[in-house]
Structure formats: structure tokens, C-alpha cells
Design a protein around this ligand. Structure first.
Ligand SMILES: *[C@@H]1O[C@H](CO)[C@@H](O)[C@H](O)[C@H]1NC(C)=O
Ligand SMILES: *[C@@H]1O[C@H](CO)[C@@H](O)[C@H](O)[C@H]1NC(C)=O
Ligand SMILES: *[C@@H]1O[C@H](CO)[C@@H](O)[C@H](O)[C@H]1NC(C)=O
Ligand SMILES: *[C@@H]1O[C@H](CO)[C@@H](O)[C@H](O)[C@H]1NC(C)=O
Ligand SMILES: *[C@@H]1O[C@H](CO)[C@@H](O)[C@H](O)[C@H]1NC(C)=O
Ligand SMILES: *[C@@H]1O[C@H](CO)[C@@H](O)[C@H](O)[C@H]1NC(C)=O
Ligand SMILES: *[C@@H]1O[C@H](CO)[C@@H](O)[C@H](O)[C@H]1NC(C)=O
Ligand SMILES: *[C@@H]1O[C@H](CO)[C@@H](O)[C@H](O)[C@H]1NC(C)=O
Ligand SMILES: *[C@@H]1O[C@H](CO)[C@@H](O)[C@H](O)[C@H]1NC(C)=O
Ligand SMILES: *[C@@H]1O[C@H](CO)[C@@H](O)[C@H](O)[C@H]1NC(C)=O
Length: 807
């Protein structure tokens, strides 16, 4: 979609081989300056799409793609080739157009005698006076590229903020909304912004690196520094081997910072590193006190001592983050839990002291009730104190570069009964703060040594509140599933549903699985998706298909279920010969199983799931013909809004959808009850509601059942095979219940707990008389519902629909 811009840029052709212009000289369009070593070139170029727009910029002279590393007039192109760069008589570098108006100018305030402009070997364009002092330099005004030796950060004296901003599009150098800069906090790291939203944090500098940027660790190509003093705060990187060519560029298209290295043999740029690195890098993904663990399912986990803020766990709840198990009591005294291997939280509300030790730091934190965590400021020197106020956000598990963090919790929850090292720390603190600082320091040193050896025990400082204990949910590799399903061959295909195709697979250990390859319609982020999968997997009931795990790789998202050897209910009840395998007792058993599974989804599970697509083909049968509902929970993920109410996207199958849902998009547990009623009538009659045909009248199955009921002949509805094996009263009760479930008005329909009760009452209880059902006349009902996009009519194939309704 995007044009790769460098190839299509047209550059000034001629260079005089000079690297300097003086105040009596100028640089007109067509001429260039070349740095002394011949690596960089300054001149005019234009971008492809806006053909005549010319910009003054710097690019690599020896690299054929001529990547532009700096642009002067980013948002004010010159529309012809009349541009001239010169030094004006107040020692400013100015870019003039045809009418000699200033299109762009440097902001030097110092006047100088005989200033000159020079393009240095580093790629820096400098304006100097005769004595060599710099009046202005392009390195102070970066565009989208950070070159070695360039400072990324702030000059605290002048207020200058050297930040990167991406090109708006590959051929418009005007800044887009992606920027990368030094945080303006006491305890800063680098931050990437997307517009006014925080997008990625590197985590604060700790003397060695930045905890959220493990890729910035020392390497053979370059070394980096983080300078922080009264005058300046900046990040800078230096090449170790000067003959290497490298650039860090902020890319609006990929929404990433990308570090490239020029590969001379292949004559291409090689992507060496990038940020954000993984999905857990997106700012604040797991909310306050939530840690993002990229390899875990769910990725968002609460810190130990915390639990999910909302116990009704829908995926959005992760963004509300976690809360303490027990509230703090600042007066009576709180404690701390130590967590290892973390990307430190957002330091917007933080405070530092460079000389305090960890002990003093802890005391400092305890004395202010809004202090929520502390840690060592400089882990290289092992001193200094950093403390956080307010909620801790944007935590991530990073084993490689992660750091320790001491998080405030109530005394009861704190670590004192944890490892011996910690007990010692407490004791040490009391001594230190009351009697002898020196001894205290000794104890602390002791503690720190133990602490680092004890990392094992503390490393997994995240807990699942026992949520994980009853399930083994796996993250599968794409290659593994591909192998298991014979490369998703059509032979392995079991069926097609509203959310994608299902394949049978066999894992290496011989275990059979069903893999649902989801269609690429979800706009959900990957971390949210994984959280959601983990939530669905927690739904466990013997009448629900068990979710074993998922696989996410690139564009692909897949769900892995236990394999059901006996296919689905529709495979039996609608088939002339196979229907004979299901006698009435078995059918009644299946009906009760479905009812219990649905009841669990509606009421008993923590999540309160509305299935929205219950139908015969979504009821699978295991080896013993036990019914198991499948595809539950997917509507949450794929179907738009999550709660009862209106939905813009209607997910469901014609013939099973309740009228209020099909027509108005109103869904509730009662629309599932409607689908259950249909299913019940289908199981009894062996006929499909949709596609039902009767010689005498144009009603559908519900209409037919209703007519027979009113005529007092409900038994005519019963499948002749069923009739042989049944207790008539039981079947009649089921027809009665079915009709109660498909009543027109949702409020008249029973809920699933009453349905289960009615099904299981042995004695003939008096059930209320059903009122007229909804959707008696299949065709009429659908064609008059104007807001509904009609399905492709297909009588054999019952695909679930997810239709974006025009409302
Ligand atoms: C630039 O210099 C050339 C000669 O070197 C001169 O003819 C031209 O007028 C100058 N342009 C400007 C805008 O001063
Ligand atoms: C700069 O040039 C303008 C005319 O272009 C002149 O009026 C002014 O005196 C000059 N200033 C200096 C400092 O030379
Ligand atoms: C020169 O630039 C000025 C200020 O940006 C603008 O008003 C003018 O139209 C431009 N002239 C030409 C010929 O492009
Ligand atoms: C020189 O350039 C600066 C920067 O734009 C401008 O403020 C100043 O007026 C210019 N001087 C002259 C004489 O054009
Ligand atoms: C010059 O200063 C103005 C106002 O402070 C600023 O908007 C502009 O970006 C600066 N120009 C350059 C080239 O830095
Ligand atoms: C540069 O040298 C000149 C004399 O040649 C002197 O007047 C001026 O102050 C010097 N500037 C700086 C910044 O040292
Ligand atoms: C520096 O890099 C160049 C090109 O990548 C390589 O040929 C050379 O051996 C390197 N020098 C050192 C000292 O590593
Ligand atoms: C930005 O990313 C896009 C897509 O990933 C890529 O095609 C393009 O080359 C990148 N731009 C730069 C300047 O690296
Ligand atoms: C930092 O801590 C030291 C030692 O406790 C203390 O002397 C100093 O005043 C503190 N500095 C600040 C800015 O609080
Ligand atoms: C605690 O820290 C906050 C934030 O720095 C500050 O506003 C507040 O005054 C402090 N409270 C006490 C009791 O020191």
C-alpha cells in the first residue's frame, strides 16, 4: 500500500565535492554539499507523490537508496527548483524561495563574523563562527532519525528538547503523530508517544540500561550512554566500529522505532532491533498493578497480593487493572513485597535521591502514605533511591533486563513470612532506623547478596489468584498445529462456523484435537485476545467443549479444543439413517445436558456468557454421546458489545435467532432460551426449523408446532422413530417447554434454571400455557425486517452469520 519512499525520491545530481558554504556563498537547488569522508550529502530532493515539492535534506551519499536522515523545511516544501540556502546577514541559515521569502530558517541568536556552514562526517550540519564555536546545528533539531553521536534528550538550561518525530507518510516529511523523546520526569527513561497518548516506555535508566529495553544491552556494534546532570539529560549511542553504518528511525507506518544496520554485501538495510518489541510493550496494557507476561496465558496477571479489580472478568476488566487483596493501613504500618525481573512502572509521579541507600529508601517510602513502591536508583553503583506515588502502571515481566521493585502492601500480605532474606531485611530496618546506621548497612548488604541468590523464589512475583490451578492452557506453535492438521488440509476439515473453519488434528503425542482457525475479522489486540481466551478456558462444565489453548502467530489466531469423535447433533437428528441411533432416552439425556450447559453459561460461571449462536451443529457429541456445547464465548470476543443490550454486529444463525435479536440486535439470556426452544423442537421432530416445509401451510417448524398444539395434537410433531421408544408424557412435556421457550416476548420465556427444573420434574406439574411464539412464518418475518441484510439462501449449509447491521 505504501510506496517505499527512498527509491522514489529524486535527488540533486551535481556535487562540487565541497563541505562548506561561507556567508558570501550560497547553495542553490542542483548543487550539494558532501561531508569530507564522503558519507553524507546535503541538497534538495523531492518526494514521489507530490512530484514538484522540494525539500532541503541530508542523506547517505554512498548508499544507493539515499535514505534521508534529516530535513530542513519539513512542512513547507518549495514548489519549484528555485530554492537557495544561504547565511543571511544576521548569521542565520535561511532557505529562500523564488520570491526570496524565507521558507525555513535556523534559530541562531548569536551574531558572528564570517560564519560558515559545514556538513560534518557525522551527518551534522553546523553553522559556526570563525573560532569554531557552534551557532546552530542540525543535530539539535532531529527529524525521524537518530544517528550515532546525536543526543536524544533535553537541555535543561535552554529548554531545548531533542526528540524524534516520524514522517507523516513515506513521502511527506512533515511530522506525523509518532514521537520519541526523553521523559521530563525526575526519574526519566525514553518514551514514545502516539499523539497525546503514551505508547511505549523504555523504563527509567538504572545505571546500566533501561529495564523495558532489554535490546539496548551492550553489543559489539555500539555502546550507549545516558547522561543526566543539572544541565542536560540525554541518551546517546556511539559506534564501536566506525565503518558500520546504522540509524534509528521512527516509522509512522509500522508504528515502531527501528534500528537498521547497512549490510554492504547484500546492499540492504538489515533490521537489527525495534520497539515496541512485543505486545506487552504497549503502554499500560494490563492496567494498574497488572504485569504483562508475554509468554503466559492470560498475559495480564495481577502482582502477588493483588486481585482483579472486577471479579466479573470480561476482557475490558483487565484494563481496570488489579487492586490489593487487603487494604493498606498507613497508620498501623504496611509492608512490602519484592518483585524481580520487572520493567519498572511509569515514573511520572516519582521522586529520587541519589545518595540514599535501599534501607533509607524504604523508610522514606513508608513515611508517605501515597508512596506505593521503591527501588534502587542506580544498580551499577548500587545506591540511590527512587520512589513512586500513586498507582503503578505499565509493568512488564522482563527476565533479561528486569529489575527489583518493592511494592507496598498491607502488613498482613507483606513478605515477612517469606524468605529468610526478607525477614532479615525487616530486622535490619528496625536496627537501622533506631540504633546503628552502620550495622544496618551491613545487614542490608547481606540482604542484597541473599536477595540476588533468592531471586528464584521471588522471580514469579505474579500470581493468578488461584485462577490457573485447574486448567492447563497451552500456547501452541503454529508449526505444531500445522503439522497436526496436515497443513490444514481439506481432508482434515471438520466444518465451517461463523468464526472460522475447524480442523481435526493429531498432536505428536497422539492426542486428538480440533483446531478452530479464526477468520481475521477481530480488531482485538493480541494481549486482549489472549486474556479473553484464558477467560473462556476457565468456563468448565461437562456439557461444554473444553478449550485446550490457543495459537497466535502473525495474523493467525487459532483456538484448540478437545476433539469430539461423534461430530455434532445435526449430523444425527437430521439424517435419515443416523437418526435411528438416537432413541428417546438418549435424546432426552442430550436435551438435559444442553440445558445444564447453557444454565452454567448464563448463571453459574463467573463470566455470564450469552452464547448467541446455539444450534444443533454447535452441540458436539463425545465418544459416549454426551452433548457438549461449542463456540461459547466467541461472540464476546468477536461480536462487539459484551453485555446485555444492543449490538451492532449480529452473530447467530437464521432459524435459531430470537425475533428481538434478529430484528433489533437486542440480545439477552432470553434470546439463548429462544434458540434452545428451537433446538428442543428440532430434536423431538427430527426436522429443521429453517427449511421446514409443509404441503398445507407456509409456516416454519415453530408455526407447525404451535398449530398442532392449538389443535390438541402435539404428538403429531414427534419423530416417528422417537415415538417408538418414548414415554409420551415426557415428550409432550418437552414440546410444552419448547413452546414456552420460543414465545414472542422475551419476558414470557422461562430462564434456563426454570427450564432445567421443568425438564427434571418427574411428576406431572402444571406448566403455564405458552403464548404465541415469535417467527411463525419464516419468510414473512424475515422479508419484512428491513434492517436485516438477507443471508445467502442455502438450505443445506447453516453458516453462522456475523452481519454488521445497518441501524
Ligand atoms: C547565489 O550565488 C550565485 C553566484 O554564486 C549568485 O548568482 C546568486 O544570485 C546567489 N543567490 C542568492 C539568492 O543570493
Ligand atoms: C542586513 O541587510 C539589510 C538589508 O537586506 C540591511 O538593512 C541591514 O542593515 C543588514 N544588517 C546587518 C547587520 O548587516
Ligand atoms: C515563497 O514563500 C512564501 C512564504 O512561505 C510564500 O508566501 C510565497 O508564495 C512563496 N513564493 C513562491 C514563488 O513559491
Ligand atoms: C535572517 O534570518 C533570520 C531568521 O529567520 C531573520 O529573523 C532575519 O530577519 C534575517 N535577516 C535578514 C536581514 O533577512
Ligand atoms: C525556530 O523557532 C521557532 C519558534 O521558537 C520554532 O517554531 C521553529 O521550529 C524553530 N526553527 C528551527 C529550525 O528550529
Ligand atoms: C571569536 O573570535 C573573535 C575575534 O576573532 C572574537 O571577537 C569573538 O568573541 C570570538 N568568539 C567566541 C565565541 O569566542
Ligand atoms: C569493522 O567493520 C567492517 C565492516 O563491517 C569490517 O570489515 C571490519 O573488520 C570491522 N573492524 C573491526 C575492528 O571489527
Ligand atoms: C516503515 O515501515 C514500513 C512497513 O513496515 C516499511 O515498508 C518502511 O520501509 C519503513 N520505513 C522506513 C523509513 O524504514
Ligand atoms: C538525599 O538523601 C541524603 C541522605 O539521606 C540527604 O542528606 C539529602 O538531603 C537528600 N537529598 C534530597 C534532595 O532530599
Ligand atoms: C507525599 O508525597 C506526595 C507526592 O510527592 C506529596 O504531595 C505529599 O505532600 C507527601 N506527603 C507527606 C506526608 O510527606
Amino acid at each position: 500500500m505504501f510506496i517505499i519512499f527512498p527509491v522514489l525520491l529524486f535527488f540533486s545530481r551535481f556535487s562540487d565535492g565541497t563541505d562548506i558554504i561561507t556567508s558570501s556563498d550560497n547553495l542553490s537547488d542542483g548543487r550539494t554539499l558532501v561531508s569530507r569522508d564522503g558519507n553524507f550529502e546535503l541538497g534538495f530532493f523531492n518526494s514521489a507523490s507530490s512530484g514538484k515539492n522540494r525539500y532541503l535534506g541530508i542523506w547517505y551519499k554512498n548508499i544507493p537508496v539515499h535514505n534521508v536522515v534529516w530535513v530542513a523545511n519539513r512542512c513547507s516544501p518549495i514548489t519549484d527548483s528555485s530554492g537557495v540556502l544561504m547565511i543571511n546577514n544576521t548569521s542565520n541559515l535561511v532557505l529562500l524561495n523564488k520570491s526570496r521569502s524565507i521558507v525555513w530558517a535556523s534559530n541562531s541568536t548569536n551574531e558572528a563574523q564570517n560564519p560558515v556552514v559545514q556538513l560534518l562526517d557525522s551527518g551534522n550540519l553546523v553553522l559556526r563562527d570563525r573560532n569554531g564555536s557552534i551557532l546552530w546545528q542540525s543535530f539539535d533539531y532531529p527529524t525521524d532519525t537518530l544517528l550515532p553521536e546525536m543526543k536524544l534528550g533535553r537541555d535543561l538550561r535552554s529548554g531545548l528538547n531533542r526528540q524524534l518525530s516520524a514522517w507523516k507518510t513515506p513521502d511527506d516529511p512533515c511530522p506525523g503523530d509518532l514521537t520519541h523523546e526523553m521523559e521530563p520526569y525526575n526519574y526519566p527513561g525514553l518514551i514514545t508517544w502516539k499523539g497525546s497518548k503514551k505508547y511505549f516506555r523504555s523504563g527509567p535508566w538504572n545505571g546500566i540500561g533501561m529495564s523495558g529495553a532489554p535490546h539496548l544491552k551492550p553489543n559489539p556494534l555500539f555502546k550507549f550512554d545516558f547522561i543526566s546532570n543539572k544541565e542536560e539529560v540525554y541518551y546517546i549511542y556511539h559506534l564501536i566500529n566506525k565503518s558500520v553504518t546504522t540509524r534509528l528511525v521512527l516509522n509512522q507506518t509500522s508504528i515502531k522505532g527501528e534500528l537498521y544496520i547497512w549490510n554492504e554485501e547484500a546492499r540492504t538495510w538489515k533490521l537489527y532491533n525495534q520497539f515496541p518489541w512485543d505486545d506487552c510493550d504497549n503502554y499500560g496494557t494490563c492496567g494498574a498493578y497488572g504485569t504483562c507476561v508475554n509468554t503466559a496465558l492470560p498475559p495480564c496477571q495481577c502482582l502477588k497480593g493483588f486481585r482483579l479489580k472486577s471479579q466479573e472478568g470480561s476482557s475490558e476488566d483487565w484494563f481496570q487493572g488489579c487492586v490489593r487483596n487487603k487494604p493498606l493501613d498507613c497508620q498501623k504500618g504496611d509492608g512490602f513485597i519484592k518483585f524481580g525481573g520487572l520493567k519498572l512502572p511509569d515514573t511520572e509521579h516519582s521522586w529520587v535521591n541519589r545518595s540514599m541507600n535501599l534501607n533509607e529508601c524504604r523508610a522514606k517510602c513508608l513515611e508517605n502514605c501515597s508512596c506505593m513502591a521503591y527501588t534502587t536508583l542506580d544498580i551499577k553503583e548500587n545506591r540511590g533511591c527512587a520512589i513512586w506515588f500513586g498507582d503503578l502502571v505499565d509493568l512488564k515481566k522482563v527476565e533479561a533486563a528486569g529489575q527489583d521493585l518493592y511494592v507496598r502492601v498491607s502488613a498482613a500480605d507483606s513478605d515477612h513470612e517469606g524468605t529468610k532474606g526478607k525477614t532479615k531485611m525487616k530486622a535490619g530496618l528496625i536496627i537501622a532506623s533506631t540504633i546503628l546506621v552502620a550495622i544496618g548497612a551491613l545487614v542490608i548488604t547481606n540482604y542484597i547478596c541473599r536477595g540476588s541468590r533468592n531471586v528464584e523464589g521471588i522471580r514469579n512475583g505474579t500470581s493468578n489468584d488461584g485462577q490457573n490451578e485447574d486448567m492447563e492452557l497451552s500456547l501452541f506453535e503454529l508449526a505444531e498445529l500445522s503439522k497436526a492438521t496436515n497443513d490444514f488440509s481439506s481432508h482434515n476439515k471438520l466444518g465451517e462456523g461463523g468464526f472460522g473453519s475447524v480442523y481435526k488434528g493429531t498432536l505428536l503425542d497422539g492426542k486428538e484435537i480440533a483446531v478452530k482457525r479464526l477468520s481475521k475479522s477481530s480488531e482485538q489486540g493480541l494481549v486482549e485476545f489472549k486474556n479473553e481466551v484464558a477467560l473462556i478456558a476457565k468456563l468448565q462444565h461437562r456439557n461444554l467443549v473444553k478449550l485446550l489453548g490457543c495459537c497466535i502467530q502473525g495474523e493467525e489466531k487459532m483456538l484448540v479444543y478437545e476433539y469430539m469423535p461423534n461430530k455434532s447433533l445435526d449430523f444425527f437428528i437430521f439424517d435419515h439413517t443416523r437418526r435411528n441411533l438416537l432413541d428417546w432416552p438418549r435424546r432426552f439425556y442430550i436435551i438435559c445436558g444442553i440445558a445444564r450447559g447453557l444454565l452454567y453459561l448464563h448463571q453459574d460461571s463467573r463470566l455470564r456468557i450469552i452464547h448467541r449462536d446455539l444450534k444443533a451443529s454447535n452441540v458436539l457429541l463425545d465418544g459416549e454421546m454426551n452433548p457438549k456445547i461449542s463456540d461459547f464465548g466467541l461472540a464476546r470476543t468477536f461480536g462487539g458489545e459484551q453485555s446485555e443490550g444492543n449490538t451492532k454486529r449480529v452473530v447467530g444463525t437464521y432459524g435459531y435467532m430470537a425475533p428481538e435479536y434478529a430484528i433489533d440486535g437486542q440480545f439477552s439470556v432470553k434470546s439463548d432460551v429462544f434458540s434452545f426452544g428451537i433446538l428442543l423442537l428440532e430434536i423431538i421432530s427430527g426436522m429443521k426449523n429453517r427449511g421446514f416445509y409443509h404441503v398445507n401451510h407456509n409456516v416454519n417448524l415453530i408455526g407447525h408446532a404451535w398449530r398442532l398444539w392449538k389443535e390438541g395434537n402435539p404428538s403429531e410433531l414427534i419423530d416417528s422413530f422417537v415415538l417408538e421408544s418414548c414415554t409420551l408424557s415426557e415428550v409432550l412435556r418437552c414440546i410444552h417447554i419448547g413452546l414456552l421457550c420460543v414465545q414472542q416476548h422475551p419476558e414470557d420465556r422461562p430462564n434456563m434454571s426454570s427450564v432445567v427444573l421443568m425438564l427434571s420434574s418427574e411428576i406431572e406439574t402444571s406448566l403455564v400455557q405458552p403464548k404465541e411464539p415469535g417467527f411463525l412464518f419464516e419468510k414473512k418475518s424475515f422479508e419484512t425486517s428491513s434492517s436485516f441484510s438477507k443471508p445467502k439462501s442455502s438450505s443445506t449449509n447453516e453458516l453462522s452469520l456475523s452481519v454488521l447491521e445497518a441501524r
